[in-house]
Design a protein around this ligand. Structure first.
Ligand code: ZN
Length: 198
């Protein structure tokens, strides 16, 4: 059924493939875009293309950044011997927002999920292990408390333990299945301070 023009249908189809955008939202966004002034649409499109072209992984922690090494990793005042392992860039941002964490990060870009066919080789795990050859005192595992997050935490702790480096897990004050980015700063800090050795 072709309710709309081919171009609008195509736009709706592309938008509906974005996370969290269902058919209704995609339609709303498509009509909003069509009704926007041409220069604004162009600026939006250019911003997307330029972000895609210029954003890269930090060489050390694998967060997304405009430079080779992100601002956290290039900050000499941070404690580079403490590495907090998070699933996503948004989780990193949530901890950075607290302003209380002094160490550095490692972004996995996902979690192990046998159900979704995501194995250890699909996330930045070997990159983490490579970093452990540097002088590291502690690895804080701050993956989510979902099944995938816990599976990943177990896997990492098994990999790190033989190196003799201290491995800790953030406290489970974080609601089960909760995305770290939606948790308030106080809860995040409590989870960090209450971390336990694995
Ligand atoms: Zn970095």
């Amino acid at each position: 059924m072709q309710m709309y023009s081919g171009h609008i249908n195509k736009l709706i189809e592309e938008l509906s493939q974005l996370p969290g955008i269902g058919d209704k939202s995609a339609q709303r966004l498509a009509f909003h875009l069509i009704n926007m002034k041409e220069d604004k649409v162009k600026r939006l499109a250019d911003t997307i293309v330029s972000a895609k072209a210029n954003v890269k992984y930090c060489k050390e922690c694998y967060t997304l950044t405009d430079s080779d090494v992100c601002p956290v990793c290039s900050n000499a005042n941070r404690n580079h011997k403490i590495i907090m392992v998070v699933e996503t860039v948004r989780d990193l941002a949530a901890y950075e927002k607290t302003g209380k964490y002094e160490g550095v990060y490692h972004v996995l870009h996902g979690a192990i999920s046998p159900m979704m066919g995501i194995g250890p080789g699909d996330i930045k795990l070997k990159e983490l292990i490579a970093r452990l050859e540097n002088d590291v005192d502690e690895v804080i595992i701050a993956t989510n408390s979902s099944l995938e997050g816990e599976t990943t935490a177990m896997y990492i702790s098994k990999l790190v333990k033989p190196t003799g480096i201290k491995v800790t897990r953030i406290a489970s004050g974080v609601p089960v299945g909760g995305d770290l980015e939606y948790i308030d700063e106080v809860t995040l800090l409590r989870a960090l301070e209450g971390r336990t050795e694995l």
